[in-house]
Design a protein around this ligand. Sequence first.
Ligand SMILES: Cc1cc2nc3c(=O)[nH]c(=O)nc-3n(C[C@H](O)[C@H](O)[C@H](O)COP(=O)(O)OP(=O)(O)OC[C@H]3O[C@@H](n4cnc5c(N)ncnc54)[C@H](O)[C@@H]3O)c2cc1C
Length: 329
Amino acid sequence: MKAFAYIRPQSAEAAAAALADNDGALIKANGIDLLDRMKERVDEPNALVGLVDVEAFDSIEVEEDGGIRIGAGATLAQLAASQVVERFLPSLAYAAGHAASPQLRTRATVGGNLGQHTRCGYYRHKSFPCLKRGGDHCPVLKPGGVQDTAAIFGNGTCASASPSSLAPVFGSLDAVLTVRRGEATREVPFAEAWAEPKAGWASDLVFDREDLIESVHIPARAEPQRLGYEEVRQKAAFDWPLTACGVRLVAEGNTVKEARVWLGSVAPTPLRSEAAEKVLVGKSFTEARARAAGEAAVTGASPLPGNTYKVQLTKVVVRRALMQAWGRS
Ligand SMILES: Cc1cc2nc3c(=O)[nH]c(=O)nc-3n(C[C@H](O)[C@H](O)[C@H](O)COP(=O)(O)OP(=O)(O)OC[C@H]3O[C@@H](n4cnc5c(N)ncnc54)[C@H](O)[C@@H]3O)c2cc1C
């Protein structure tokens, strides 16, 4: 690993200033993803701005209007153990509590989870070409490319799959990110936070090097929400999802009044499925309807020869997430 300076600011403002003052410096939360990339020499920053000392960066608070604000430094273990999250956002507690392994969950932060880079093996090894690292093509798409965990949507130029388990849940909750650059903060709707793959843009997020995610805000809701999350992974003990689905439903009697369906790990970014939502809204909820929503969710999928199995898995996780949500009020 290349030598680097390590800066440990005590506030978000100071962290933003350190990013501005140190050209090429990268944000380090707890380093699970970033340090791996540095060891692999995929990233070779001159400096890291560590967030470990930033005050109150891991808070989880219910706001006056009932919205919930989660600090970007909160760990997955904190989310899973939080009574607020368990009570009001059970799908988030479930996703956080099942991601990775117990040891990793005590370190992995929300900001780092959203900011983690793709697990694509070609991206992670500099001996291979990779579009995200500035190459002229994606080797996954070439004959003989390793495709089993790759994207089944939006994979025309780069077939990396978004790795985060939390992302489809935050999508389903219509989360809003508070992002700081220098002295200013801005609110970024979750759906606008993601970048389509392009040559040389390594991150899945639209944010640049100086953008610090401070918190994730879940808006207050007047009506009861029914929330679900399901995923399938290769290894039960610890692994990233092969496919995942976060859902939010609002019911009026037995009818679905509102639906949000977001998919994870099937496209280069988290993906909202409006096709699945359309199948649900205004209709009575049944298992057959949940199954039909699963079928609709894979409309437009373009699986590769090596990962057609992910289409069927995706139908299943959508149905299961919906059934889970409907069982919860
Ligand atoms: C074996 C294993 C299994 C895993 N399984 C899963 C899984 O099932 N599901 C899942 O979702 N994840 C999984 N992960 C990934 C893990 O959740 C992430 O690596 C972790 O959340 C990263 O958090 P961190 O705090 O260590 O981030 P870091 O490694 O410090 O940062 C990751 C990236 O995010 C950026 N970043 C960090 N914080 C911020 C911020 N506040 N603002 C802007 N950018 C920021 C950094 O610059 C960096 O690019 C797994 C990891 C391992 C090693």
